[in-house]
Design a protein around this ligand. Structure first.
Ligand SMILES: [Zn+2]
Ligand SMILES: [Zn+2]
Length: 83
């Protein structure tokens, strides 16, 4: 990923992530769809703190990606920047 604040300011930076594992603990189940394809829809959100080399801080909230091909469940939900 790139820092969106730096992208807006047309600066280059490196981004460091610090996952601190505050995943919510909701149960979920696996399922196979009508084509027999395995899906894992995990609703637990994972919060990751990040910082770029220009000192922009943000939190990134994601869920685990579903491994089924063509299924877009999971991924980045939102990235919140601190002002
Ligand atoms: Zn930045
Ligand atoms: Zn899926």
């Amino acid at each position: 990923m790139i820092c969106e604040k730096c992208a807006q300011e047309r600066k280059k930076s490196t981004v460091m992530l610090n996952p601190y594992g505050s995943a919510t603990l909701m149960g979920w189940s696996y399922h196979y769809d009508s084509d027999g394809v395995f899906h894992s829809h995990d609703p637990n959100k994972i919060t990751t703190e990040g910082k770029c080399s220009n000192s922009h801080y943000f939190k990134k909230i994601t869920t685990r990606k579903c491994p089924a091909e063509g299924c877009d469940y999971g991924g980045t939900i939102e990235v919140k920047y601190k002002d």
